[in-house]
Write a protein that binds this ligand. Structure first.
Ligand SMILES: NC(=O)c1ccc[n+]([C@@H]2O[C@H](COP(=O)([O-])OP(=O)(O)OC[C@H]3O[C@@H](n4cnc5c(N)ncnc54)[C@H](O)[C@@H]3O)[C@@H](O)[C@H]2O)c1
Ligand SMILES: [Zn+2]
Length: 721
């Protein structure tokens, strides 16, 4: 470790390297050693721990530098990272040997390097050259083996020769067939990328945050973390998908990559069809990436560039491969969505669950068209690991739909590391640690948590009390009018009207809203309480299972565990919460104020009985709300389209895959207004508002959801970037 500490490439990456011609042989040899050691460590952090310490861009710069030095000084070695695939199998899962090595692809973000690739290809092969262009999926690569048309095994790439056995986890992915269609080769080994669709990622992260868990950093991370879960039932609960792009081995192989792409689909394996082209000129391949870059935000999966492949298989064979890469493909990556800027301050936000989140305030910087002035530092461990302090220059990354985060320190301009507070910045209670996370233990004794609890109670996922947004909650708590949740129901029009910015009218409106909130649906009430691990979906299941608040309150952990979606951990968390005296007192007090939860689920009649709905894309209500609505009228809501599905309701930016499945199974696809009409025919009122630009709604929600833990009123709000 001491040796590593002196390795400049481990932590403090110098990207402006000394020009190669100014280096002596000794200097070059020393740098090569240090680079190899650092890259091995970064590979381990990235592939095995799923927790890199430097950004991809910096990693790529180090890798390119190593390759340049090895070439210039003739320093190649078999065990160099440039000669092998970076991952390695994990300890916990079984290791399997690949039938065919799973190699990497040379990559760059520079068009010039794509042209060099093209020159080399044309020099080395006979005949005319054409290329296929397709998205480079940003997920986790897997090998799937079919024997006699039957799914038998799936493995991660690992070190290219051996990977982790993830057969059981991959089996839970609904889009991967367990049996291939007629006409598929008897024996087939295919390669694809497991991804978490963006809409599912947002929804899933929202549920995680609502349940007091750490959101995933990005869809790639979510997919990797899910596939490597030892318990396959965890994978089954999380929405994964898979796109296939390569036949590694088959009894018969089509003559071109384009034909192979067609064939995969015919055999029953999902491929991406909209973005797939065959081009003859390399400039058209470059143009493909540029067009794809513009369409990127509208795709339902994360991508990080274009993969350009030589189309003709005989030519591919001619080009061959190195120990690390195939020589017939090139990945032309998108520019990184990251920038370097300086940290001007660090503040610590206290969320509803008491979670303390450090946030870096930044010298504002434009990151791919968005001005970023604050970014999350995640947790105290992350700060310690980066050794970051106010005044340092850092790289800020904006990935997909997540809150910008500080990825690495680029220039350590200050001494020491930011000292994480030992007491809650809001109430002064001594901070407690739970793994990497820090919490204020004061619960509803901490004003920040009271505010969070009230906001959560009043939010759309809870009792949906209009006029109780962040600012007003802040006012009510700061003015002392509300110290505990039940105090809301003691508010009078006179006291409210005296607050700044309030009038008689707004006071009366809020009181009317509060009055109306006294007959909530049981599921909404349970979700509104903010029980850790309980999001809207779990609350709905609890309500359905127990039927009354009393029954939920009396349930034993075992009885709770019998509910759909509730495992041992969640059952204990619910039980703990409901048996904690202070929480019980709040609930009793709410009831004493006339709050009377009603059983909602499956009591809306059975107008939709027997029908099965699947929702995709963004509607003007959240997906859980839409599911809840149809379920309340006797229908089923499931997450994947099959022959049993009656309707696919597709909102804005809906992914293509579910629509393809719908087409294949003759399932009618409804847009939001057709859905509204269908409900109306059954005498059901739809509360969504599809008249204005919807679509944006989901994204907004998810950004907010991501920030939920961290956004607190007196603190800057991360959503506000
Ligand atoms: N930050 C770090 O510390 C760190 C460490 C190691 C690696 N990395 C990142 O990982 C990258 C290298 O990883 P890699 O070698 O796994 O390469 P990669 O994952 O970036 O690219 C190659 C892979 O792309 C996948 N792929 C996706 N779509 C494809 C398609 N349509 N056709 C063919 N293949 C497709 C394949 O699985 C293939 O192995 C680096 O460039 C770096 O960005 C970062
Ligand atoms: Zn506190």
């Amino acid at each position: 470790m001491t040796e590593q500490a002196s390795n400049p490439y481990l932590r403090d990456p110098l990207t402006d390297f000394t020009p190669v011609e100014d280096l002596t042989d000794e200097e070059a040899t020393e740098q090569v050693e240090l680079l190899r050691e650092a890259i091995r460590e970064h590979d381990y952090r990235y592939y095995v721990e799923n927790d890199p310490v430097i950004g991809d861009r910096t990693y790529d710069a180090l890798f390119t530098r190593l390759r340049t030095l090895e070439d210039a000084f003739d320093l190649t070695a078999d065990d160099s990272p440039t000669q092998r695939v970076g991952g390695e199998p994990l300890d916990e899962l079984d290791t399997v040997e690949h039938r065919v090595p799973m190699l990497s692809i040379a990559q760059s973000g520079e068009a010039e390097e794509v042209r060099e690739f093209d020159d080399r290809v044309r020099r080395e092969v006979d005949g005319e050259v054409s290329y296929t262009c397709e998205p480079k999926f940003d997920g986790l690569s897997v090998e799937v083996v079919y024997d006699d048309g039957v799914f038998v095994q799936a493995a991660t790439r690992g070190d290219g020769e051996t990977g982790d056995d993830v057969t059981e986890q991959v089996k839970t992915i609904e889009s991967i067939p367990l049996r291939l269609r007629e006409g598929a080769p008897d024996d087939l080994v295919v390669r694809g990328e497991v991804v978490m669709p963006r809409d599912e990622f947002q929804e899933h992260n929202r549920d995680r945050v609502e349940a007091g868990k750490d959101p995933f950093a990005n869809p790639r991370n979510a997919a990797a973390g899910t596939l490597r879960q030892l318990d396959p039932s965890v994978a089954a609960e999380r929405p994964l998908d898979c796109y296939f792009y390569d036949v590694l081995d088959a009894s018969e192989v089509p003559p071109t990559n384009a034909a192979e792409h067609e064939a995969l689909r015919e055999w029953g394996l999902r491929t991406e069809r909209d973005w797939y082209e065959v081009v003859e000129d390399v400039e058209d391949a470059i143009d493909f990436r540029n067009r794809l870059g513009e369409a990127r935000e509208n795709l339902n999966f994360e991508i990080d560039g274009t993969v350009i492949k030589v189309n003709d298989r005989a030519q591919c064979e001619q080009l061959g491969r190195t120990s690390r890469e195939v020589r017939w493909a090139f990945a032309y990556k998108f520019p990184a969505r990251s920038e370097v800027t300086e940290i001007t301050d660090i503040v610590v936000q206290v969320g509803r669950t008491g979670r303390l989140t450090p946030v870096a305030l930044l010298e504002p910087v434009d990151v791919g068209g968005v001005t970023v002035s604050r970014a999350t530092l995640h947790n105290p461990d992350e700060i310690a690991e980066m050794g970051v302090n106010v005044g340092d220059a850092v790289r800020v990354q904006r990935a997909g739909d997540v809150i910008p985060y500080v990825e690495e320190v680029v220039d350590k301009r200050t001494e020491g590391t930011y000292a994480f507070p030992e007491t809650c910045p809001v109430c002064g209670a001594e901070v407690v640690r739970d793994g990497p996370l820090a919490f204020c233990p004061d619960g509803l004794g901490c004003p920040a948590q009271v505010k969070g609890a009230i906001e959560h109670y009043a939010a759309r996922s809870g009792l949906d009390i209009e006029g109780l947004g962040e600012e007003r909650v802040e006012q009510l708590v700061e003015s002392g009018l509300v110290e505990r949740l039940p105090d809301l129901y003691d508010l009078t029009a006179e006291e409210l009207a005296e607050l700044e910015g309030w009038g008689q009218k707004s006071a009366e409106n809020l009181l009317a809203e509060l009055e109306a909130s006294k007959s909530p649906a049981l599921s909404a009430f349970l979700s509104a309480l903010g029980i850790p691990e309980v999001g809207a979906a779990t609350a709905r299941n609890l309500a359905r299972e127990f039927g009354s608040l009393e029954a939920v309150l009396e349930a034993s952990p075992d009885e709770l565990e019998a509910v759909d979606d509730v495992g041992e951990k969640v059952a204990l968390s619910i039980h703990d919460f409901l048996t904690t005296p202070e929480n019980r007192e709040v609930i009793d007090d709410l009831l004493a104020h006339g709050v009377d939860p009603e059983v909602d689920v499956e009591t809306g009649g059975d107008a939709l009985a027997g029908l099965t709905f699947v929702f995709t894309g963004s509607l003007s209500v959240t997906r859980s709300e839409a599911q809840e609505l149809v379920e309340a009228h006797g229908a089923n809501a499931t997450s994947s389209v099959s022959g049993n599905t009656d309707y696919l309701v597709a909102g804005e930016n809906a992914g293509q895959s579910k629509q393809d499945d719908a087409a294949e199974n003759d399932v009618p696809v409804l847009d939001e207004s057709e859905f509204r009409d269908l409900l109306a025919e059954h005498g059901i009122e739809y509360l969504g508002d599809d008249s204005e630009a919807s679509g944006s709604d989901d994204t907004d929600d998810s950004v907010e959801a991501g920030a939920d833990e961290t956004s607190d009123s007196e603190q800057p709000d991360l959503t506000d970037f």
